[in-house]
Design a protein around this ligand. Structure first.
Ligand code: TYM
Length: 346
């Protein structure tokens, strides 16, 4: 096997280290249950198995045209960080920081731009779908995955836990790293995407054939459950969720809407499919929805309580994030130094 195709350049160097995880979430609006189930909950569940770096990717959020209010972005970055902690990420055991506070991300992105073929970026599904609705497309939208590659590669990341929609971006990151290593030597560790078996693609409750997304959540009230939604809103959204004209609760024959509700129920309760089918045998979708309301409220209420606690002391929150940025920078600076040396600009 050539050096460029080994899973981790670090492993070649000697003793196996604890796998390092990197992942991020954009501070665009409030997080919804899809991001929670697809990403955040997975991070929390496995936070003590790995060395973790979790990032609020505010530079990425600049690519979204609606994010034009600087105060809004600053507040959203804090609020998303507070949600990480409220969901159970331990600030003492993990590095959590805001991307723009570590300038190495933008610097590495530039260097990677110079070795990334344009065609690779033009082929990205997310770029194509996001650009399709816009009159004028910012260069940042096209370049978005290169910045994401920089995020991941700066930390010699082994594992990137994300929802299904980010698979292509992590695969591109590997391609960018392989190409760079082939050109300049064995500089980058090759990361692997980690997609949860269950809940990797939570669908819109009002339209179960499209992925639950922050942009649709902002324009359509029944689309998503947000982590900060009130009890009344959660109840209303779930009870109005699109199902079908049947009533039998079975995973195998479920329509997209019913399957989506069952999936959220299964991820949040950790029950098996058999157990769930037995629970709802002969009672219809109404009961499933009512039970889901209770499970969702049971998940959200402690998160919301801890969220309020973190948001009540912004100085402390900022201090945690500043410490996170400092720890992140100490790793990122080393990698960037290696990269600059490899390309001849040190
Ligand atoms: P973002 O902010 O759109 O989403 C954050 C995470 O939530 C997952 N997710 C979902 N999972 C299941 N069902 C859904 N409906 C759903 N919606 C969102 C996403 O897959 C993601 O894991 N480009 C990234 C942010 C990023 C990043 C990184 C991620 C920037 N740099 C480096 C990993 C590593 C994004 O826009 O995520």
């Amino acid at each position: 096997m050539s050096k460029a195709t080994t899973t981790s350049a670090f492993y070649d160097a000697g003793p196996v280290r604890t796998p390092r995880v990197f992942s991020g979430i954009q501070p665009t609006g409030v997080l919804h249950i899809g991001s929670y189930v697809g990403a955040l909950q997975q991070w929390v569940a496995r936070q003590h198995e790995h060395e973790n770096i979790f990032c609020v990717v505010d530079l990425h959020a600049l690519t979204i045209p609606e994010v034009v209010d600087p105060r809004g972005l600053r507040a959203a970055s804090r609020s998303v960080a507070a949600l990480f902690f409220a969901a159970g990420i331990d600030p003492a055991a993990n590095i959590v920081f805001v991307q723009s506070q570590v300038h190495e991300h933008a610097e590495l992105a530039w260097i990677l731009n110079c070795t990334t073929p344009l065609g690779w970026l033009q082929r990205m599904t997310q770029f194509k779908s996001k650009a399709a609705g816009l009159e004028s497309v910012g260069t940042g939208l096209l370049d978005y995955p290169v910045l994401q590659a920089a995020d991941i590669l700066l930390y010699d990341t082994d594992l990137v836990p994300v929802g299904d929609d980010q698979r292509q971006h992590v695969e591109l990151t590997r391609d960018i790293a392989i190409r760079f290593n082939n050109l300049f030597g064995d500089v980058f560790t090759l990361p692997r995407v980690v997609i949860p078996d269950l809940g990797a693609r939570i669908m819109g409750l009002d339209e179960p054939t499209v992925k639950m997304s922050k942009s649709l959540a902002e324009s359509r009230s029944g689309h998503a459950i947000n982590l900060l939604d009130s009890e009344v809103t959660v109840r209303k959204t779930i009870m109005a969720a699109v199902t079908d004209s049947g009533r039998e609760v079975r995973f195998e024959y479920a329509s997209p809407g019913v399957l989506n509700l069952l999936t959220i129920y299964q991820v949040l309760t950790d029950l098996s499919k058999d157990e769930i089918e037995r629970e709802f045998e002969g009672v219809g979708y109404g009961q499933l929805k009512k039970a889901l309301v209770e499970v969702v409220l049971g998940t959200l209420s402690p998160i919301q309580e801890r969220f309020r606690c973190y948001m009540s002391d912004l100085d402390e929150l900022d201090a945690i994030l500043a410490r996170g940025a400092e720890r992140a920078r100490s790793i990122a600076a080393g990698t960037l130094h290696r990269v600059k040396g490899a390309v001849g600009i040190d």
